[in-house]
Design a protein around this ligand. Structure first.
Ligand code: ZN
Ligand code: ZN
Length: 205
């Protein structure tokens, strides 16, 4: 048996599902679509992308220059403006970008507002958004302390195939690989039946 003769036809990366993403319309809360032209460089995402939003339910546009998702902020200044104590670099998640963050010094206990550094977040254990505008993904569902999410129905189907194949492998001992890193809660063997159920609930959304 030649182990190298078979090409893995299952190879796909996450970006290959990211050109059409089902999101929740921020106006009418129905399903809308983010279309993205990712350009040539997609590892993991192109920084030069052109994305468009369309809601076929209410047809209201969004401001495509804005980020609608959660943002992490932390103070720029590393030291307290009163006593010079090093500030604890506490990160805070906010819905709207703010230019100042109030931090209480652990040394002198005085509060002061500081300029912020910010970073955007796509998905964490509470929610998942599209990577272009930060709109809530249509296909997301809490699973234990995580969020199971997919960009679109093709992506969901792919996850289903993966988890289903893993279930069968447990019996037959085959190999089915996935190119991108899946969160552990999806890969954990004991979760497989429950993951398939959660996927089933998303399929009818
Ligand atoms: Zn809408
Ligand atoms: Zn201080």
């Amino acid at each position: 048996m030649d182990n190298n003769s078979r090409t893995d036809k299952s190879f796909k990366n996450l970006a290959s599902f990211a050109d059409e993403i089902a999101v929740e319309c921020p106006h009418c809360k129905k399903r809308a679509i983010v279309f993205a032209d990712q350009g040539d460089y997609t590892v993991p995402y192109s920084t030069r992308f052109r994305a468009r939003f369309r809601c076929n339910n209410c047809y209201k546009p969004i401001d495509e220059k804005l980020w609608y998702g959660p943002i992490f902020i932390r103070p720029v200044n590393a030291n307290c403006g009163y006593c010079g104590t090093r500030l604890i670099r506490s990160k805070k998640m906010v819905d709207k970008l703010q230019s100042k963050i109030e931090v209480k010094c652990t040394g002198c206990e005085q509060e002061k507002k500081y300029d912020v550094h910010y970073s955007l977040t796509y998905a964490n254990n509470r929610q998942a958004t599209d990577p272009y505008f930060g709109l809530q993904l249509w296909l997301q569902i809490p699973f234990d302390n995580n969020i199971l999410w997919a960009y679109n129905f093709a992506h969901l189907d792919y996850l289903k195939t993966y988890v289903g194949a893993k279930l069968r492998e447990a019996v037959s001992g085959g190999k089915y690989s996935l190119a991108w890193k899946l969160p552990n809660f999806i890969k954990t063997a004991k979760n497989r039946e429950a993951i398939l159920k959660a996927i089933g609930r998303l399929e009818v959304k």
